[in-house]
Design a protein around this ligand. Structure first.
Ligand code: ATP
Ligand code: MG
Length: 326
């Protein structure tokens, strides 16, 4: 057998796949000896054992260029790249993004934005900017609307990557006028009313949205439209222990001026029935936290569990909030 003696990917209960060698071939199963546990063999269904690449530590920018493309080699490639801070990988013109949960320096900076302008997919390292630019160029050439579908489980990075696309298009192909900023700046407001802390994501979108970016005949951004649907209304009156209601409530409690506080009878989140059965901690950086008055905060511990509150900033967004008065 030509492939004899070559390592294969076999199922692993925790890691998904593990490297091993085939030591015996049965009717439907293969006997595998894991590379890191020599002498110990286990049986794996034939359909779940895949050939491995020659060098499993080498990575490629497009999964389609792997010698053997299967579930195991795709996952290994994405994982090797992720460990080197290359969070984006192509599968032809589909982009896989792995959430790094920290800011990778310069990944989305002005220089990165500039470098992707007008570049074909694959010319530069995989990036969400490249997808945005391809959609733009296709719109220009084909004279047809283009869609970018962003999908993934909760916390995967859909909202963040959608914002990078908006930022890219408005910066690169905007008019340089007020409208560019308005499109981008609509997001914090939408998120205040439609995003909340869940167990899986401190800024989970509890609504679906369809974002349109409008271009004129000169292919310059002239407007946008956001349709939203399926808002999770039940969250308004009920949240579990370690989840929160929509951000706006906490932002108001944390950052409203004394005037507004009086007008709206605001207090610490613990004094509201619609908030106090869930997590009542604020999301604030150390500096912002110092600005929040003590009597507007809730005790650190609740229900015996410390509710993790980090990431989004409750005070900065609420400062300057003015309720509409008749
Ligand atoms: N590219 C990235 N760089 C740095 N941090 C990121 C990136 N993508 C996501 N994150 C972090 O992960 C968090 C969750 O991401 P995001 O809100 O985009 O997930 P989501 O897919 O929209 O989830 P949900 O379905 O719950 O709305 C973000 O608040 C941010 O802290
Ligand atoms: Mg989201």
């Amino acid at each position: 057998m030509e492939d004899e003696g070559k390592p294969v990917w076999a199922p692993h209960p925790a890691d998904g796949f593990q490297l091993g060698m085939i030591v015996d071939i049965g009717a439907d199963t293969l006997s595998i000896e894991p590379l890191n546990q020599r002498g110990k063999t286990f049986l794996a269904p034939m359909s779940q054992v895949f050939p491995a690449e020659e060098d499993v530590n080498k990575h490629v920018e497009d999964n389609c260029t792997l010698m053997y493309l299967n579930e195991a080699t795709l996952l290994n490639n994405v994982s090797v790249r992720y460990n080197k801070d290359h969070i984006y990988t192509y599968v032809a013109n589909i982009l896989i993004a792995v959430n790094p949960y920290y800011d990778i320096p310069k990944l989305y900076g002005p220089d990165a934005i500039k470098s992707y302008k007008g570049k074909s997919l694959g010319t530069l390292p995989p990036h969400v900017f490249a997808i945005a630019d391809k959609a733009y160029r296709d719109m220009k050439v084909l004279k047809m609307s283009q869609s970018i579908i962003v999908s993934g489980e909760s916390g995967a990075g859909k909202t963040e990557n959608t914002k990078f696309v908006l930022r890219y298009l408005t910066t690169t192909y905007g008019t340089g006028q007020d409208i560019d900023e308005r499109i981008v700046e609509a997001n914090p407001l939408l998120e205040a009313f439609g995003n909340a802390k869940t167990v899986r994501n401190n800024n989970s979108s509890r609504f679906g949205k369809f974002v349109e970016i409008h271009f004129n005949e000169k292919n310059v951004v002239v407007g946008g439209f956001v349709s939203h649907y399926l808002l999770e209304k039940s969250r308004i009156c009920m949240q579990s222990n370690d989840e929160r209601n929509y951000h706006i409530f906490y932002r108001l409690c944390a950052g409203a001026s004394e005037d507004i506080k009086k007008k709206l009878h605001l207090d610490s989140p613990d004094s509201f029935r619609y908030l106090n059965r869930g997590c009542t901690r604020y999301f604030a950086s150390k500096d912002a936290d110092k600005q929040i008055m003590q009597n507007r905060k809730s005790p650190e511990e609740k229900f015996g569990v410390k509710c993790l509150a980090q990431g989004h900033n409750d005070i900065l967004t609420a400062v300057g909030f003015e309720p509409v008065t008749s």
